[in-house]
Write a protein that binds this ligand. Sequence first.
Ligand code: FE
Length: 181
Amino acid sequence: MYNAGGMWTSLIMIVLMLAIFVVPAVIIVYLVNKWINTKKQNQETQVKDKDIILSLANHSEIMSSLEAYCKGKDLKAGLISGIGAVNSATLRFFDPQTKKYVDKTFSEQMEIANLTGNISMLDGKVYLHLHVTLGRDDYSTIAGHLLSATVNGACELSIRKIDKVLNRKFDPEIGLNVYDF
Ligand code: FE
């Protein structure tokens, strides 16, 4: 005879077991993994007076990570170049007609074939101007002004410090934050 009560009891037992053991285990593994990732630090080494090699932590966001680095080191002017890999990037394209940026996000694994740009100051804050060329898995490339990107693998940067404050200001005619020497 079909025992509906027994089936329900078994189902409830399975759900209870999942709730008691599996769900907490998944949450613990997730939290431990997250904690390990936050413990990963950027690495830097000064190779010459003005030259720094900086390896950004895996899974870090490039722009915010670099901004924090510059702020921490009181680095107000410099030149940046680098290579690495990301799994997500938002690029911008400036339209001089509208004087506005058009943003596009690419969520896939890509090589940083080239990252190049500079560090300066705008309204007393660190201002990064970076452009990037990203290689896709079919070996084609996309490129643009970098708004944000998440490291997935490595991000190896070389920074040349400039012993001068390089200021910027917004030029309403162009629509961009341009150098103001
Ligand atoms: Fe740009």
